[in-house]
Design a protein around this ligand. Structure first.
Ligand code: ZN
Length: 139
């Protein structure tokens, strides 16, 4: 069995963003040489997500609006977590809703997606360097 590991680095210039990381994951898959197996992609930070959905800008706008309704960034004083001196209480909650990781089947050397599925990095507390882990196992 082959095993491959890589960290993807991000430094998003805004507090929040959604980034299509499908091309980077496909590059990892090529590099791994795995033809049949599984790929795990997970955020290595508790204020960022990796999720699968449609690469459609209206949907990403809707996520932003929905998440801000669920867990508004301001006032930052509404979160007990921010009593530690942080201001990212909302980002922890947004990450919980959008998830930590995805697993995608690898078939014949390709990501075995549904028609509109793409992999996204969701940043909820950006403006600093953060990592995503890509782990591929198979043969
Ligand atoms: Zn925090």
């Amino acid at each position: 069995m082959k095993s491959y590991r890589k960290e993807l680095w991000f430094n998003v210039p805004t507090r929040r963003a959604f980034i299509n990381i499908t091309p980077q994951v496909e590059d990892c898959l090529k590099e791994s040489g795995v033809r049949e197996g599984l790929v795990l992609v997970n955020a290595m930070h508790i204020t960022a997500s990796v999720f699968i959905n449609d690469n459609e800008s209206g949907l990403h706008h809707d996520y932003e609006t929905w998440l801000e309704k669920l867990a508004p960034h301001e006032p930052v004083s509404q979160y007990h977590h921010n009593r530690t001196g942080e201001d990212n209480g909302d980002a922890h909650l947004k990450r919980q809703v959008m998830g930590r990781e995805v697993v995608v089947a690898i078939t014949d050397g390709q990501l075995d997606f549904g028609t509109w599925e793409r992999i996204f990095y969701g940043e909820f507390d950006g403006r600093r360097k953060k990592r995503v882990l890509v782990k591929i196992v198979g043969e």
